[in-house]
Write a protein of this length. Structure first.
Length: 222
């Protein structure tokens, strides 16, 4: 349970650092926003796992301490979500304002330029081209954000797989120790080991599928 608590603390520190970068304007990229989204989701899962383990704690003092930590983590989670939503809204508004200003400036520049053809109006073709370019840029930004979100979700899924693998290994050791202590038959112990081996192959299959999906996203969608 201590390892899971330390893992959640690392996630808190990482989120706080990335949100500070986002808020200060040091980094407002789509990649950072996707990373924050993935870490927030992973932090939520860590809180749920830690709360589940806290409920199984037999010692009252340790259980109460664990529940207090869960309450603090959930408070941090709510604050992170609220802050991130506000920062994203502010950045979207600022980006929309910048794009609109640039579009109007280009349109004004085109309108002030001399007309080379006597039958060509200064605001027709150039304005349409600029509007089309703005739509293409907006579509590219949304597509890039979606791709980054998918990649970060894949990374979070890999992290979860490795975390589950470590839990399975720890559980296997505990079961085998208990089996030896209780003097269970060798057949029972072999059955446990066989199931652990099957779980290991399932884990490797999950890693391969996730890596292939991430490669396909990068290869075919970028």
């Amino acid at each position: 349970m201590n390892s899971l608590y330390n893992h959640a603390l690392k996630q808190v520190n990482t989120l706080q650092r990335d949100l500070d970068k986002f808020q200060s304007g040091e980094d407002t990229s789509v990649a950072l926003q996707g990373s924050i989204t993935a870490i927030v989701n992973a932090f939520k899962r860590s809180i749920d796992d830690y709360e589940t383990m806290a409920k199984k704690e037999m010692i009252d003092a340790k259980r109460e301490k664990a529940f207090a930590r869960v309450s603090k983590f959930r408070e941090d989670y709510d604050n992170f979500n609220k802050t991130f939503a506000q920062l994203k809204s502010r950045e979207e508004q600022a980006s929309h304002t910048r794009n609109r200003t640039q579009l109007l400036e280009r349109r004004q520049s085109r309108m002030n330029a001399p007309v080379e053809h006597p039958y060509q109006t200064p605001s027709s073709s150039p304005y349409l081209q600029q509007a089309h370019a703005y739509r293409e840029r907006d579509f590219a930004q949304r597509t890039g954000m979606q791709l980054d979100d998918m990649l970060h979700q894949g990374k979070a899924a890999l992290d979860d797989l490795f975390q589950q693998r470590n839990k399975l290994k720890s559980t296997q050791r505990k079961i085998l120790d208990a089996a030896n202590t209780l003097g269970l038959s060798r057949n029972v112990i072999q059955y446990i080991e066989r199931r652990s081996a099957e779980d290991k192959w399932i884990f490797y299959a999950g890693v391969c599928i996730t890596l292939f999906a991430m490669w396909a996203i990068v290869h075919y969608l970028t």
